[in-house]
Design a protein around this ligand. Structure first.
Ligand SMILES: COc1ccccc1NC(=O)N[C@H](C(=O)N(CC(=O)NO)CC1CCCC1)C(C)(C)C
Ligand SMILES: [Zn+2]
Length: 190
C-alpha cells in the first residue's frame, strides 16, 4: 500500500517535470500503480487506517508525487451535488474552462509540501475535463466548486506546477481584497 514514505516532497526533481502521456491501453504495471493511488485516497479517508499508518487525508494524488512521471491522477472527493467522485484517470485534460475564477479561502496545501503556504491560489471556477478511466472508458467531466479545484491542482502536478507557483507575489500596491466566502466566484476586480 502507498504510505507517506512513498510520497516525494518539494525539492525532488520529478515534481518539476512534465509527466509523459500514457499510451493506451495501459500496461498492467500502470493499472496497478493507478489502482494503488486510488487506494491511498480511500485508506487516507478512513479514520482508523489513516491514524494507524499516519496518512494525510488526501482528496487527490498525481503519479509524479510517487515518483512516477506519467499522466495519471487519482481523485476521491464529492461534487457540487455531494455525489462521490472516486476515479483513477489516464491523460486527464482540461478541454475548456470558465472565465470566472475561484479560490479556497484558506489557501491550498499539498501532500508533497510539509509547510503552510499563505495566499489565494486562483483556479477556474468551472472546467470540462476529458480523460480515460482506470477501466478504459473515455469520459468527459463538467466540474465546479471544490472538485474543480482538486482536478486543477492534480493536473498541475502533471505539468510540474506546484500550487504556490500560482500565488501572486506580495505586490505592495495591491489592496488586500476583503475576505470572501469559500469558493465564491471572484468578480472582476480589474
Ligand atoms: C478528506 O480530506 C478532505 C476533506 C474535505 C476537504 C479537504 C480534504 N483534504 C484535503 O484538502 N487534503 C489535501 C490534499 O489531499 N490535497 C491533494 C494534493 O496534495 N494533491 O497533490 C491538496 C488539496 C488542495 C486543493 C485541492 C487538493 C491535503 C494536502 C491537506 C492532504
Ligand atoms: Zn499536491
Amino acid at each position: 500500500m502507498i504510505t507517506m514514505d512513498d510520497i516525494i516532497r518539494e525539492g525532488h526533481p520529478t515534481l518539476r517535470k512534465r509527466a509523459e502521456e500514457v499510451s493506451l491501453p495501459a500496461s498492467n504495471e500502470e493499472k496497478k500503480i493507478l489502482q494503488k493511488m486510488v487506494e491511498y485516497l480511500i485508506h487516507s479517508q478512513d479514520e482508523e487506517t489513516a491514524e494507524k499508518y499516519g496518512l494525510r487525508p488526501g482528496v487527490g494524488l498525481a503519479a509524479p508525487q510517487i515518483n512516477v512521471s506519467k499522466r495519471m491522477i487519482a481523485v476521491r472527493t464529492h461534487d457540487h451535488n455531494d455525489e462521490l467522485i472516486e476515479l483513477g484517470l489516464y491523460n486527464p485534460k482540461i478541454v475548456s474552462h470558465s472565465v470566472e475564477t475561484t479560490y479556497l479561502e484558506g489557501g491550498e496545501g499539498c501532500l508533497s509540501v510539509d509547510r503552510m503556504v499563505e495566499g489565494e491560489v486562483p483556479r477556474y471556477a468551472r472546467i470540462k475535463v476529458k480523460a480515460t478511466t482506470l477501466e478504459g472508458d473515455e469520459i468527459t467531466l463538467r466540474l465546479k466548486g471544490f472538485a474543480a479545484i482538486v482536478f486543477q491542482h492534480e493536473i498541475d502536478h502533471l505539468n510540474g506546477i506546484m500550487f504556490y507557483d500560482r500565488i501572486e507575489g506580495n505586490d505592495p500596491h495591491k489592496q488586500s481584497l476583503p475576505p470572501k466566502e469559500v469558493m465564491k466566484l471572484s468578480d472582476d476586480h480589474g
